[in-house]
Design a protein around this ligand. Structure first.
Ligand code: NAD
Length: 499
C-alpha cells in the first residue's frame, strides 16, 4: 500500500472577497477518503449568509477593476494562473485522489491538463469581437459588443472536481465575469487549495470566490440569488432539473451538463485489439464515475460471443486497489450512498433477467475492506428496455446489448432519454463517416473513447444537458451581445414614428 499523508487536521478555508474565510457559523464538515473509509479533512460548512457574502464580493468585483481591465491583461492573469496550476499539479492530483478515490493516474492527467484551459481561454479573452452591421437605415452606424453577464454561479460534482470547474471558470473569466463556485460536498478539498492560487496569479479580490457546503443547504440560495446572472451546473439530472426550475424564477441564464447512458458500439469489422480495451476504458477506468462512461456496449451479433468472452477475460484482470498506487486500475466508489446505489442497480439487473458475467459484489480481498469498492461488473444479453440499460448507474457496471446491423445499432444507441456521448469501433471508412450524424449524442468517438480537450465542444443532446463547454464557442455561453445605434447623419427625429 502507498504511504498516505496523515489525516489533515488543518481546518481549511473558503475564499470570499480575496480572503480566506471560515463559515460565519464556525461549522465544518468532514471529508472522507473513500479508500480508508475515514474522515481526512475538515471543510467549512457554508450557510446562506456565506453565500450572500460571496455573491456580494463577486458583484462588487464585477463593478471594480476587473470590469475596466483590458481583455489582454485579463488573459495574461489567466496565463499566470495556468503556470501556477502547472507547478501545483502533482499536489492537486494527490488531494483529488484522496478526496474522491479516483485513480492517481487519472487525476494527474487531469491536473496537468487543466492549465491548457486557462491558456486557451485566456488567449481568447482579447479576441472577443463585435460586429459592424450594414444597417438598412441611411446615415445610421450600428455595431455590436459582446459583454460579460455578471456573477456566474458554478456548481460542480464530485467526480472530476477541478477539471469540471475549470470548464466553467476559464471561459467565464476570459469573458470578464466574476465567479462564485460551489464544489461538491464530497470533494471540496482540492478546490480550496486551487483557490489559494487566484490571488497569487493577480486576479483582483472577489473575482473568484469559493463556498463549500451541502447542496441542499446552500445550493438553492446560490441559484436564486438576485445578483447571480448565470448558473453553470454539472451534476446529476435530478439535481439539474431542480437547478433549472429554481433559476427560472429569476429568468437566469443556465448551462447544464448532466448524466449519460452512452453507447460504445463494436461492429464485426472492428480492430478487436483496440475495441476491447476501448470498451473497458469507457466504463471501468474511472470506476464508471464519469458522465461519459460507455455504460452500454453494443456488440454486433456475429462477434458477440467472441467480444464478450475477451471483454470479461480482460476486465477480470483489472487490478482493484489503492487509487494512490499508479498500478491500480479500478479504485473505490466516491461515496457510501453511491456504492449502495450501484449495488442496488446490480440486483435490479439480476432481477430483470440480465446475465451477470462478471463481478456484482463488494470485493472479498480483506486488504481493501475499508474502501468503498464494487467489483467491475458485466451483464450480458441485456435488453434495451431494462432499467440497467436506461438509467445512469455511475459505477463500474457494463451492460452488453447485441445488435444485427447498423440500423439496429443506431436505434438502440438512441433509445434513451440521454444523449451525452457515443463511441463506435469499425474499420469501415464509409460507416465511420455515415454513422456519427445518426447518433443523438454531443460527442462521438470513432475508434477511440473518452477524449476531451479545451479546443473541442463538450455537452449533451436531449436530457444530457443544455449548452456547451469547451471549444471557442463556449465563451459565448458567458457573454451577451449588445447592439449600439448611432445616428451619424445629424438628422432630426420624427417624434411619433418608429425609425
Ligand atoms: P449531484 O447532482 O448530486 O451534485 C452536483 C452538485 O450540485 C454538487 O455540488 C451538489 O452539492 C449540488 N447541489 C445539490 N443539490 C443542489 C440544489 N438543490 N441546488 C444547487 N446545487 C445543488 O451530482 P454528483 O452526484 O455530485 O455527480 C454525479 C453526476 O454528475 C452524475 O449524474 C454525472 O453524470 C454528472 N456529471 C455530468 C458531467 C457532464 O459534463 N455532463 C460531468 C461529470 C458528472
Amino acid at each position: 500500500m502507498t504511504t498516505r499523508p496523515p489525516l489533515a487536521t488543518e481546518k481549511l478555508s473558503m475564499l470570499i472577497g480575496g480572503r480566506p474565510a471560515a463559515a460565519q457559523s464556525g461549522d465544518f464538515f468532514e471529508s472522507f477518503d473513500p479508500f480508508t473509509g475515514k474522515a481526512w479533512a475538515l471543510v467549512p460548512r457554508a450557510g446562506v449568509a456565506d453565500v450572500d457574502a460571496a455573491v456580494q464580493a463577486a458583484a462588487a468585483a464585477f463593478r471594480g477593476e476587473w470590469r475596466t481591465m483590458t481583455p489582454s491583461a485579463r488573459g495574461q492573469i489567466m496565463t499566470r494562473f495556468a503556470d501556477l496550476v502547472a507547478e501545483e499539479a502533482e499536489n492537486l492530483a494527490v488531494l483529488e485522489s484522496r478526496d474522491n478515490g479516483k485513480l492517481i493516474n487519472e487525476m494527474r492527467m487531469q491536473c496537468k491538463y487543466i492549465p491548457q484551459w486557462f491558456r486557451f481561454f485566456g488567449g481568447l479573452a482579447d479576441k472577443i469581437e463585435g460586429r459592424v452591421i450594414p444597417i438598412d437605415k441611411p446615415g445610421v452606424f450600428n455595431y455590436t459588443r459582446r459583454e460579460p453577464l455578471g456573477v456566474v454561479a458554478a456548481i460542480t460534482p464530485w467526480n472530476s472536481p477541478l477539471m469540471l470547474a475549470t470548464w466553467k471558470l476559464a471561459p467565464a473569466l476570459a469573458a470578464g465575469n466574476t465567479i462564485v463556485w460551489k464544489p461538491s460536498e464530497f470533494s471540496s478539498v482540492s478546490a480550496l487549495f486551487f483557490g489559494r492560487l487566484f490571488e497569487k496569479a493577480g486576479f483582483p479580490k472577489g473575482v473568484v470566490n469559493i463556498v463549500t457546503g451541502f447542496g441542499h443547504e446552500i445550493g438553492d440560495r446560490l441559484v436564486t440569488h438576485p445578483d447571480v446572472a448565470k448558473v453553470a451546473f454539472t451534476g446529476g439530472d435530478a439535481t439539474g432539473r431542480r437547478v433549472y426550475q429554481a433559476a427560472a424564477g429569476g429568468l437566469k441564464k443556465v448551462t447544464l451538463e448532466l448524466g449519460g447512458k452512452s453507447a460504445n458500439i463494436v461492429f464485426a469489422d472492428a480492430k478487436m485489439e483496440a475495441a476491447i480495451p476501448g470498451l473497458v476504458s469507457g466504463i471501468f477506468a474511472a470506476t464508471g464515475q464519469t458522465c461519459i462512461a460507455g455504460s452500454r456496449a453494443l456488440v454486433q451479433r456475429s462477434v458477440y460471443d467472441q467480444v464478450t468472452e475477451k471483454l470479461v477475460a480482460f476486465a477480470r484482470t483489472a487490478k482493484i486497489g489503492d487509487p494512490l498506487d499508479p498500478e491500480t486500475q479500478v479504485g473505490p466508489i466516491t461515496t457510501l450512498p453511491q456504492r449502495a446505489k450501484v449495488l442496488d442497480y446490480i440486483s435490479i439487473a439480476n432481477g430483470e433477467g440480465a446475465a451477470q458475467l462478471l463481478g456484482g459484489k463488494i470485493p472479498e480481498d480483506t486488504s481493501i475492506a475499508d474502501g468503498w469498492f464494487v467489483e467491475p461488473t458485466i451483464f450480458g444479453n441485456v435488453k434495451s428496455s431494462m432499467r440497467i440499460a436506461q438509467e445512469e448507474v455511475f459505477g463500474p457496471v457494463l451492460s452488453i446489448i447485441p445488435f444485427d446491423d447498423e440500423d439496429e445499432a443506431v436505434a438502440i444507441a438512441n433509445d434513451t432519454i440521454y444523449g451525452l456521448a457515443a463511441g463506435m469501433w469499425t474499420q469501415n471508412l464509409g460507416r465511420a463517416m455515415r454513422l456519427p450524424e445518426r447518433l443523438e449524442a454531443g460527442m462521438v468517438w470513432v475508434n477511440m473513447y473518452r477524449a476531451t480537450s479545451p479546443l473541442s465542444p463538450f455537452g449533451g443532446y436531449k436530457q444530457s444537458g443544455i449548452g456547451r463547454e469547451n471549444g471557442q464557442t463556449a465563451i459565448y455561453e458567458y457573454l451577451q451581445e449588445k447592439s449600439i445605434w448611432i445616428d451619424a447623419g445629424n438628422s432630426i427625429p420624427a417624434p411619433f414614428v418608429q425609425r
